[in-house]
Design a protein around this ligand. Structure first.
Ligand SMILES: *[C@@H]1O[C@H](CO)[C@@H](O)[C@H](O)[C@H]1NC(C)=O
Ligand SMILES: *[C@@H]1O[C@H](CO)[C@@H](O)[C@H](O)[C@H]1NC(C)=O
Ligand SMILES: *[C@@H]1O[C@H](CO)[C@@H](O)[C@H](O)[C@H]1NC(C)=O
Length: 197
């Protein structure tokens, strides 16, 4: 029955066409899917994020204050916990550095930061002990007023120079800065607040 055969042929070629279209659709969908995966990979994993560097907490170990009107002074030993928060999919390795504490514009003490690394998506905690002394602060400063007001404000600044190593392969130089303000209660001899830029 030729008519039937012809019909059958048309049907099967249409079926083949449909199959081919379906196959193309799968390939296209897969290409879109793969592109999306690559985009997500590039936008999240391969993105270099600037690590954050700050003072997490600080304890006063000793705090001697002299409120003498003609020559006010303080000696303060502080144990500070610093944090390098690294949100990258790779280590942040940094070089030796220093952290400097200021009263106003005057450096009142500093501590060494040893080179190390902050791991993938984690916070590296570093402890530093510093002896801070006002002996270089000019006697005409606000220090007497501040000590009498009961609140001493100090700033800590530091820069880390290092590299983010994405997936151990791609290296990107990153310098990060700390700029924190510490308010210290003079009579209670404790750190009342820390805020970082
Ligand atoms: C701080 O230390 C210096 C040097 O050791 C000393 O001369 C000064 O009297 C001390 N100041 C206070 C307030 O203890
Ligand atoms: C880093 O500091 C440590 C000790 O403070 C020292 O032994 C080392 O040589 C320093 N490294 C560099 C590269 O300066
Ligand atoms: C701070 O001063 C104390 C007493 O003067 C001393 O024992 C200590 O080693 C000093 N610490 C630092 C980190 O300089």
């Amino acid at each position: 029955m030729p008519a039937n055969h012809a019909k059958h042929d048309i049907e099967s070629s249409e079926l083949r066409k449909k199959k081919r279209m379906k196959c193309l659709a799968y390939v296209a969908a897969f290409a879109v899917f793969q592109t999306a995966i690559i985009l997500i990979f590039v936008l999240t994993i391969m993105k270099v994020r600037t690590p954050k560097f700050r003072v997490r907490s600080a304890n006063v170990e000793s705090f001697e204050v002299d409120r003498a009107a003609n020559n006010p002074s303080f000696n303060l030993t502080m144990n500070a916990e610093l944090g390098v928060k690294n949100a990258n999919f790779g280590n942040y390795k940094f070089q030796n550095s220093t952290i400097v504490f200021y009263y106003g514009d005057v450096s009142v003490g500093e501590a060494v930061i040893r080179k190390t690394k902050a791991g993938w998506r984690s916070t590296k905690k570093l402890n530093v002990v510093v002896n801070l002394s006002s002996n270089v602060v000019p006697s005409n400063s606000q220090l007497g007023n501040d000590l009498n007001s009961g609140v001493l404000t100090l700033h800590s600044r530091s820069t880390l120079n290092g590299k983010v190593e994405l997936l151990f392969i791609f290296k990107k130089k990153k310098s990060i800065k700390m700029d924190c303000t510490l308010t210290i209660a003079v009579t209670d001899k404790n750190v009342r607040g820390i805020s970082c830029k």
